[in-house]
Design a protein around this ligand. Structure first.
Ligand code: ATP
Ligand code: MG
Length: 363
């Protein structure tokens, strides 16, 4: 799929902007603080209805304004789809084909994106919440039911935690009802994630092997806080482990077990990748991103849009070449950079733009 045109109104430092893109490579050059990340963020926002760098929606609205609007014309295998998001202090509205969507899981997945930004290099060594977010964003785009299960899980989890915090004396029957719901939704979340990581790891290993010149094998494990031997038994195990941990949860007033506590582990040639070199970690993340692209294509039938925010300067010649080989002609790509000098071996048919103080011009 590719996005043909975008229109931003009061998005960050963009007052009013309308730009048309190439279905292949689009390169945006601009100095610091001109709006490069804001621009890619707007595309990401149109896809996922959220920013990748803030949880506060208010930040996205241009200073002094009350409402932002993003419109994009998406080209998919079966035709054009206009997508729209309006955001104000009253919340957000999303539209597909001019029709208002009430469920997030109906909207997300129409336009798929893969973002690669310098902060992704923290994925392996950073906090577990980064790795869970990584799963949620990617899996959510290819499996709408995952988003629904996750949202139900989070709802029950919140209810359970606030009950544990508020109740002077815990009613064990009531807690058991919540536990059953938690184990039901939670086991689905774990199963979706397990399958996803299994598929992703297989693809990522292929890329990592090539990028490392056939020297390194990459593997990824899903670390579940709920212990189980068989994937079909997760719910039962979750429930019995919740019961076993009940005194701990009552004492700590939170839920110590479940997908909200799970994590990922990466291994290069069997060694924990957390101890890997900078170069190995760069290859690993690049392999993951290429794997995400392949996986989205194989599940949805269409390639996602690739957003590369200032990462070319982080990648050497060899890795840049592997990246460009990996995406070939099929993936609409947006690259931002402070200087064209960071880019090597670019294809000829690219569209070049300059970003200056919230204005985008075509070169
Ligand atoms: P760098 O190369 O340093 O990453 P960049 O071009 O990616 O820079 P952005 O992060 O896209 O820069 O834009 C930063 C600019 O956007 C800042 O000058 C900031 O003040 C401005 N900005 C951020 N949020 C808003 C907002 N809500 N309204 C208006 N301007 C904003
Ligand atoms: Mg930036």
């Amino acid at each position: 799929m590719w996005i043909e045109k975008i229109k931003l109104t009061n998005y960050r430092n963009y007052q009013e902007l309308e730009t048309k893109f190439s279905s292949k490579l689009n390169v945006f050059v601009g100095q610091n603080a001109q709006g490069k990340t804001n621009f890619l963020e707007a595309i990401y926002f149109l896809s996922l209805t959220r920013s990748h760098r803030t949880r506060s929606d208010k930040e996205l609205i241009r200073f002094g304004q009350k409402e932002l609007h993003v419109l994009g014309i998406l080209n998919r295998v079966n035709g054009k789809v206009p997508l729209e998001i309006t955001l104000s202090d009253k919340g957000r509205t999303t539209k597909i084909n001019h029709l208002k969507q009430s469920k997030l899981s109906d909207y997300i997945g129409i336009m798929t994106v893969v973002l690669f930004a310098p902060e992704d290099l923290q994925l392996v060594k950073g906090s577990p919440s980064l790795r869970r977010k990584f799963i949620d964003i990617d899996l959510g785009q290819i499996k709408p039911v995952y988003l629904a299960d996750l949202s139900n899980y989070n709802h029950v989890l919140k209810q359970r935690n606030s009950y544990l915090k508020k109740a002077d004396k815990v009613d064990s029957d009531f807690l058991s009802v919540l536990d059953e719901q938690l184990a039901d939704y939670g086991s689905r979340v774990i199963r979706h994630r397990f399958d996803f990581i299994h598929d992703l790891a297989k693809e990522a290993d292929k890329h990592h092997f090539t990028i490392s010149n056939q020297k390194e094998q990459l593997s990824i494990s899903y670390l579940s806080s709920v212990k189980f031997d068989d994937k079909t038994d997760i719910e039962k195990n979750f429930l019995s482990q919740l019961q076993k941990n009940r005194q701990r949860d009552i004492f700590k007033k939170n839920t110590g077990l479940g997908p909200h506590r799970d994590d990922l582990e990466f291994f290069i040639n069997g060694m924990n990748a957390g101890f890997g070199s900078q170069g190995q970690l760069r290859s690993l993340i690049l392999s993951l991103k290429l794997a995400e692209i392949e996986l989205i294509k194989s599940v949805t039938g269409d390639y996602p849009i690739l957003l590369l925010d200032d990462v070319m300067s982080e990648l050497d010649n060899h890795r840049q070449t592997k990246l460009l080989e990996g995406i070939k002609e099929n993936v609409q790509t947006f690259i931002t950079t402070t200087s064209l000098e960071h880019l090597q071996q670019l294809p000829e048919d690219l569209k070049l733009f300059t970003i200056h103080q919230g204005e985008v011009s075509e070169d």
